[in-house]
Design a protein around this ligand. Structure first.
Ligand code: PLP
Length: 329
C-alpha cells in the first residue's frame, strides 16, 4: 500500500471564499441571482450560492423544487407552479418557512434582482440543517431557496426536425414519488444519461401495466390517427403545469377542427406507437414533436401540425396571456 505524503490544508474562512470563487472561475455558470432563507437575503455572485452540507435536502434528498419560466420580463403561470410546490411540500412532510404569499414575493424580488428578462426561476424547500439523521433535526428550520438562471436549452434540431426518444430500461417511480416533485431525481438522471449514451435525445418511462408514463423532465402526449389528443393520467406521473395548461388551450384546436377530442386516460404502449404524432411537453422544452421512438418512426417522421399549433398557443399564452406576473426591475 502506498501512503500519500500530500498534506491537506486546513482552510480559513477567507481561503474558503477564495476557493469557491476559483471553482466558479474553472467552471463558469450563468446563475443571475439566488435567495436563501438561511442567509436571509439575495446574492448575485455564484460563488456565494451555497447550502450547509448537513441540510437534509443535500444528504438525504429531503427537499422539493419547482421551476417557472421567465419570458420577456414576466413570470409565467407562477400560481400553478406554487400550487404544485405546496402539494409536494405536504406529500413530503416538509414544513413551510415563508407563507405562499411570502414565497411569491421572494420569487418576484429575486427575479428583479437578477436583472434577467428571459430564463428560468427554480425554487426549493428543504427540511433544513442540524444533523446527519434521517428525520429532520430537532428544531431545524426549513430552508427556502430561489435561483434565477438562463434556463435549460435544447438543440434547435428538436424544433425543426423533431426529437428521438428511447424507452428507458429504468423502472418508473412508484406513483407516490412520481406525483411529488422532490429532489430525488436519480431515475430521471439515469434515464437521460442512458438515452444520450444510446444516441437518443431523451427517454420515456413505461409503467408496469405497459402504459406510457412520462419523460425525464417532461410529459408526453399523443395525437391519434383520428385526431384525438391523448395524455396519460396524472395519478402516476408528475402533473406538468405545461400539460395541464395545454389540455385547456387545446380546446381551441377542437373548435378549429384540427382536433376531434381531448382525452386523459391510460395509454397502452402499442396504441401510443401507432399514433400520428407524439409530443414532449414541459416548462423548458415547451412543445416538441417526437419523430422516432426506439426503432420506430412516429407518424411521417416529421414534426406534425398539432404540435406546431399547440406550440403557437403556448407561446401566445406565455407572451400575452392572463397568467403573467410583471417583474418590478
Ligand atoms: C418528471 C417530470 N415530468 C414532467 C415535467 C413537466 O412539468 P412542467 O410542465 O411543469 O415543467 C417535469 C418538469 O418539471 C418533470 O420533472
Amino acid at each position: 500500500m502506498t501512503v500519500s505524503h500530500t498534506t491537506i490544508p486546513a482552510l480559513t474562512a477567507d481561503d474558503v471564499l477564495a476557493r469557491l470563487k476559483q471553482l466558479r472561475a474553472r467552471q463558469p455558470v450563468s446563475y443571475s441571482s439566488f435567495y436563501s432563507s438561511q442567509l436571509g437575503g439575495i446574492v448575485t455572485d455564484p460563488a456565494l450560492m451555497v447550502l450547509p452540507f448537513d441540510d437534509h435536502m443535500v444528504h438525504r434528498g429531503h427537499g422539493i423544487f419547482d421551476t417557472a419560466g421567465l419570458i420577456n420580463g414576466k413570470i409565467y403561470d407562477l400560481e400553478a407552479h406554487l400550487d404544485r410546490f405546496l402539494l409536494s411540500a405536504e406529500r413530503s412532510k416538509l414544513r413551510l418557512g415563508p407563507s405562499r404569499e411570502e414565497m411569491r414575493d421572494i420569487i418576484v424580488k429575486t427575479t428583479a434582482a437578477s436583472g434577467r428578462r428571459d430564463g428560468s426561476i427554480r425554487y426549493w424547500l428543504s427540511s433544513g440543517p442540524g444533523s446527519l439523521e434521517l428525520t429532520p433535526a430537532a428544531g431545524s428550520e426549513p430552508g427556502f431557496f430561489v435561483m434565477v438562471f438562463a434556463g435549460l436549452v435544447y438543440p434547435d434540431r428538436w424544433l425543426t426536425q423533431g426529437a428521438r426518444v428511447m424507452t428507458t430500461t429504468y423502472p418508473i417511480k412508484a406513483p407516490v414519488y412520481a406525483i411529488t416533485k422532490a429532489t430525488n431525481y436519480l431515475p430521471n438522471v439515469l434515464m437521460q444519461m442512458e438515452a444520450k449514451e444510446a444516441g437518443f435525445d431523451t427517454g420515456v418511462f413505461i409503467d408496469a401495466d405497459d402504459h406510457v408514463g412520462e419523460g425525464s423532465n417532461m410529459n408526453v402526449a399523443f395525437i391519434t390517427k383520428d385526431a384525438v389528443l391523448v395524455h396519460p393520467t396524472f395519478d402516476h406521473i408528475l402533473a406538468g403545469c405545461t400539460s395541464l395548461r395545454m389540455l385547456e388551450l387545446a380546446n381551441v384546436l377542437c373548435d378549429r377542427g384540427l382536433l376531434k377530442a381531448i382525452e386523459v386516460r391510460d395509454i397502452p404502449v402499442a396504441e401510443a406507437r401507432a399514433s400520428g404524432e407524439m409530443l414532449l411537453m414541459g416548462s423548458s422544452v415547451k412543445v416538441v414533436s417526437i419523430v422516432q421512438w426506439d426503432d420506430q418512426v412516429i407518424g411521417d417522421g416529421k414534426p406534425g401540425p398539432v404540435a406546431k399549433a399547440l406550440l403557437q398557443l403556448l407561446d401566445d399564452d406565455m407572451r400575452s396571456g392572463d397568467r403573467l406576473i410583471d417583474v418590478p426591475y
